[in-house]
Design a protein around this ligand. Structure first.
Ligand SMILES: [Zn+2]
Ligand SMILES: [Zn+2]
Length: 321
């Protein structure tokens, strides 16, 4: 994620800021990728702290307009959790916009979000025919950590959920074009095998012993759809952590040149190599604060191959190229 200029003074603004350091209200314009000091602000600004601009007074911003179902406000913490969930969504949507997804130049469908609070029974997250369902309850750190531990996952965040579920939607978008499916099946396997059977097998028997040689996560080994979604989410993780590193003014001998833009890089293997080296370094930085690793994953050569495949399609796909 980039770091932004303050439109009314000196200093910088971060993507989630609602105001400048001296208190002037500002809003993010996703089309210009810049902050503005004047309305129209998103109609959700006072409800969930959305900091994007709206096309007109009283309207929703581009991201909030994708939410067709908001959580039941009578459920405990639903609005607070929804606010955190929408913040993760805006981040993921803006990242994808760097590759033209869901911007005016993209002629395809936008994702439709169902943001659901949880009562006593968990809400399964998922995607079907362009509709992305997200459990906002997982914005609660205790619940999310409990599930992460139960599933023995090294990493579980709302931005990770967003990238994973939107990745399923992107697969669906890409599957509408003729040249994608054959290439996909050659790389990831045939996604027409039974999804419920594959998932049941995964949860009963666990992943294959050697999954680390072929998959980024054990869950990715469950079914080609999940391998795609995990791989696409990781491509977004890697590209964006590199973008944030560069935008913050940090440097590394691996970086090609000042001003290098990871989202414009055409050479996927180069991008993955640089991202991996930054991840290793920042993992070490995090340990100095007793925090968990920024990127607790190892990239096998197989995984790098699949990441490069996804990179090619996500860079071109929104433009029909
Ligand atoms: Zn909004
Ligand atoms: Zn999935």
């Amino acid at each position: 994620m980039r770091v932004f200029a303050n439109p009314v003074g000196s200093g910088t603004l971060w993507f989630d800021n609602l105001s400048t350091a001296d208190g002037t209200p500002v809003a993010y314009d996703p089309q210009a990728r810049a902050f503005l000091p004047m309305p129209p602000f998103c109609a959700n600004r006072s409800v969930i702290g959305c900091n994007w601009i709206a096309p007109e007074q009283g309207a929703f911003c581009r991201a909030c307009a994708m939410t067709a179902l908001a959580p039941d406000p009578s459920i405990d913490n639903a609005i607070l959790n929804w606010a955190k969930t929408e913040a993760a969504k805006r981040w993921a949507i803006d990242n994808l916009g760097r590759w033209h997804w869901f911007r005016p130049e993209d002629p395809g469908a936008r994702p439709v979000f169902h943001m659901l609070a949880e009562g006593p029974t968990p809400v399964p997250m998922g995607h079907a025919q362009g509709v992305v369902t997200i459990s906002v309850a997982e914005a609660d750190p205790v619940l999310r950590t409990t599930r992460r531990e139960a599933l023995e996952e090294p990493y579980r965040t709302m931005i990770g959920h967003m990238r994973h579920e939107i990745a399923h939607m992107l697969w669906w978008r890409l599957s509408l074009r003729e040249d994608f499916l054959d290439a996909f099946r050659e790389m990831f396997g045939d996604e027409r095998i039974s999804y419920p059977d594959a998932l049941q097998h995964h949860y009963q028997n666990g992943p294959p012993q050697d999954w680390r040689n072929y998959y980024l996560t054990s869950y990715a080994s469950a079914h080609p759809h999940e391998d795609w979604a995990e791989t696409a989410a990781h491509l977004l993780h890697l590209t964006d952590l590199t973008d944030s590193f560069v935008a913050s003014g940090l440097t590394s001998p691996e970086l090609p040149s000042p001003g290098w833009d990871p989202y414009s890089e055409t050479d996927a293997q180069r991008l993955i190599h640089i991202a991996a080296s930054i991840a290793v370094g920042v993992n070490h930085v995090n340990r100095s604060m007793g925090l968990s690793d920024l990127y607790p994953f190892v990239l096998s050569s197989y995984a790098r191959h699949k990441l490069a495949f996804v990179h090619g399609w996500l860079r071109r796909g929104a433009q029909g190229l």
